[in-house]
Design a protein around this ligand. Structure first.
Ligand code: CLF
Ligand code: SF4
Length: 284
């Protein structure tokens, strides 16, 4: 079984606020995705600081050298995370990478982030892997609302659009969360806040995922891009309202840095991705 929630609060940057000063490395091993979020713009570049961006895609076995280098340069790294740039369960790359980490770096906390489409059917594999923390992005629990945020899913080789796809996605997210939480793995749920679409729905999401077994909740403000590029980014007041409503039901994480898929260091404090992934040096 993975580490207890109380251990993670002391050693995981996304479960302990700014209190623990722990670092994480993201290993960008998962390129493809199986759903179509309307705000998603995955890309390979060296400069943008946001989810879905990486400087390269790694093969699972390449992670060993990267981890050795990262731990040398930044000994504060306590967490090996996989957060894309696509979905971690759409291919086997993330699970293969965690199996390697489990053997080669047993001291590292294993953290995975997924959209949850395949969480229900792959829950047993994740539990067997000894994952320590799992993040599931749940942007709605009402299919009518989810369909405004996501065009379609690709499920067992079939493209399923709109509300029908959203129903399957939400069902699998919630059933998957229940199974993984019941096995003692700590779960955080992220919701991308789009005030015009799910702003009044956040409280319901928070309440529902808490009941399913999630321990922590994270409101991620929309970065307006792709098909939602004409919407406004949430204002501070929108974010505070969402956090306040969610916090009536579940503990809320407030220090999210909207990390790149190849971020390295203590979130918001240090960044070593340029050296580790040999990105071109940037003018900051
Ligand atoms: Fe990475 Fe995510 Fe694990 Fe953290 S990030 S996979 S839970 S180790 Fe953290 Fe970065 Fe916010 Fe993610 S600050 S984007 S919540
Ligand atoms: Fe993009 Fe993540 Fe949505 Fe996939 S689940 S489309 S990678 S935001």
């Amino acid at each position: 079984m993975g580490r207890e929630y109380s251990d993670l609060q002391n050693s995981h940057p996304c479960f302990g606020g700014h209190k623990n000063n722990a670092g994480r490395i993201h290993l960008p091993v998962s390129p493809g995705c199986n759903i179509a979020c309307k705000f998603c713009d995955r890309t390979i570049n060296d400069v943008e600081e946001r989810p879905g961006v990486t400087s390269k895609i790694l093969k699972p076995e390449e992670s060993v050298e990267i981890l050795k280098k990262a731990l040398e340069i930044c000994p504060d790294i306590k967490v090996a995370g996989i957060a894309g740039p696509g979905d971690t369960l759409a291919t086997d790359n993330a699970i293969k990478t965690f199996s390697i980490i489990k053997k080669e770096f047993p001291q590292l906390i294993k953290c995975m982030s997924t959209n949850g489409l395949l969480l229900n059917e792959r829950a047993e594999e994740i539990i067997a892997l000894g994952l320590d923390s799992l993040t599931v992005t749940v942007n709605a629990i009402d299919p009518e609302i989810e369909a405004q945020l996501n065009d379609y899913i690709i499920y067992h080789g079939k493209k399923i659009e709109g509300v029908e796809g959203a129903k399957i996605l939400i069902h699998n997210q919630l059933e998957g969360i229940k199974k993984v939480a019941a096995a003692g793995i700590t779960i955080k749920v992220n919701s991308v806040l789009v005030p015009e679409i799910n702003g009044d729905h956040i409280e319901e999401i928070a309440k529902t995922v808490k009941a399913a077994g999630a321990k922590m909740y994270n409101v991620i403000p929309l970065i307006p891009q792709h098909k939602l590029k004409d919407l406004k980014a949430p204002a501070c007041a929108d974010i505070e309202k969402a956090i306040w409503k969610a916090s009536k039901h579940i503990e809320v994480f407030r220090h999210c840095q909207r990390c790149r898929a190849d971020a390295v260091g203590v979130p918001g404090v240090s960044e070593f991705g340029d050296q580790i992934y040999q990105r071109r040096l940037r003018v900051r």
